[in-house]
Ligand binder design. Structure first.
Ligand SMILES: NC(=O)c1ccc[n+]([C@@H]2O[C@H](COP(=O)([O-])OP(=O)(O)OC[C@H]3O[C@@H](n4cnc5c(N)ncnc54)[C@H](OP(=O)(O)O)[C@@H]3O)[C@@H](O)[C@H]2O)c1
Length: 332
């Protein structure tokens, strides 16, 4: 069996560590692992599931002879170093938003559009965490019933902002006031903040536009009618999404349940009378996307409401990235 040499840039971060964990848990046939972080971390050791990884810094040709390089150190680092890794012959799987909307960069969720990855020119982008869980549920429904319009509202955990987000919530749960160094504009403990990433002139945030544009690209529908509101909540791991879908034809909640029960990567958790529905706390640590609260929207002709939740650091980032490498190895 062939082993695959990999590098992880941002290995000491939330997503990078999770990639090193998921690689071991999924039995990825990994060879040499080059773990990379900022200059400040050079020489430090990471211990992930009992394995030790020494941290290196970025330097020219560090990617020579490496098959897959996972980038999770933010857009500026990806913009500078991902093209260099690709030029050295590696396949880059990038967690940042740096290249997601580039025409020559596939944006891939393996359950939805795996074939796209083979059109890469050295870089494959991993979508935004909120987009991954949304499209995995939308695509099988669109295939079956044709979607007319989507309204999505997110409830996103603090880990979506990396270690700084977790530290801010932990600190605010112990102390009053807004944590120093918080990545959030306001105190997040006991709060909900309708503001993720920066605002544009039209009053949408970058997170909302990412969801809209990335969903259209992955679904292969430039004109898909979709609108989004993204909200940060004080959950640690796992993003929830309220999804309202209008279809071209009549669709019952039972139809939706049947399609989603067969959809790859999706699990139904929908027994409200027994308090069973997806929640951040119950999806944390899992790789599936959970769907529940499936019901008719009586305010439009062919409407359905549902609620989905998934672990943003696993399926929303690390697991999806590792799955891309696994599927790439399997080939077309
Ligand atoms: N968190 C999520 O749910 C999520 C989901 C999807 C995508 N993403 C994306 O994944 C990326 C990482 O997010 P995260 O949540 O893991 O952030 P994080 O916890 O803050 O980790 C950032 C990582 O980047 C490294 N780094 C920073 N500057 C660097 C530099 N100049 N050179 C090399 N390494 C550098 C850090 O190393 P040091 O430890 O040495 O500082 C650390 O390993 C971001 O692009 C984010 O948008 C995150």
């Amino acid at each position: 069996m062939r082993l695959h040499d990999i590098a992880v840039v941002g290995a000491s971060g939330l997503v990078g560590r999770k990639i090193l964990e998921v690689i071991q848990q999924r039995n990825f046939q990994v060879g040499k692992v080059t773990a990379i972080a900022s200059d400040a971390s050079t020489g430090k050791e990471l211990n992930i599931l009992g394995k030790s990884f020494k941290l290196h810094k970025l330097e020219p040709h560090i990617f020579k002879n490496i098959e897959f390089v996972f980038f999770s150190a933010g857009s500026p680092v990806s913009r500078e170093w991902a093209p260099k890794a690709a030029a050295d012959g590696a396949i880059v799987i990038d967690n940042s938003s740096a290249f997601r909307m580039n025409d020559d960069v596939p944006l891939v969720v393996p359950e939805v559009n795996r074939q796209e990855m083979f059109k890469n020119k050295g870089i494959i982008s991993n979508p935004n965490c909120s987009t991954i869980q949304l499209v995995t549920v939308l695509k099988p429904l669109d295939n079956e019933f044709k979607i007319k319009r989507i309204i999505v509202s997110t409830y996103q955990s603090v880990s979506g902002a990396g270690y700084k987000g977790i530290e801010a919530l932990e600190s605010e749960l112990r102390n009053e006031g807004h944590a120093p160094n918080s990545p959030f504009a306001h105190r997040i403990a006991f709060n909900a903040i309708p503001h993720i990433d920066v605002f544009f002139d039209d009053n949408y945030t970058r997170e909302e536009l990412k969801m809209i544009n990335e969903t259209r690209k992955i679904m292969g529908k430039k004109d898909l009618a979709i609108t989004a509101t993204c909200v940060r909540i004080p959950a640690m791991y796992g993003h929830g999404e309220s999804v309202n879908i209008e279809f071209d034809k009549k669709v019952t909640p039972e139809d939706v349940r049947e399609v989603l029960s067969k959809a790859k990567g999706v699990k139904i958790a929908d027994d409200p009378l027994n308090n069973l529905y997806p929640m951040p706390i119950t999806c944390a640590g899992k790789d599936d996307i959970f769907a529940g609260r499936i019901r008719k929207d009586n305010s439009v002709k062919n409407g359905i409401n549902l609620w989905i939740a998934a672990d943003n650091v696993r399926k929303g980032a690390a697991t999806n990235a590792v799955q891309i490498a696994e599927e790439y190895i399997k080939g077309k």
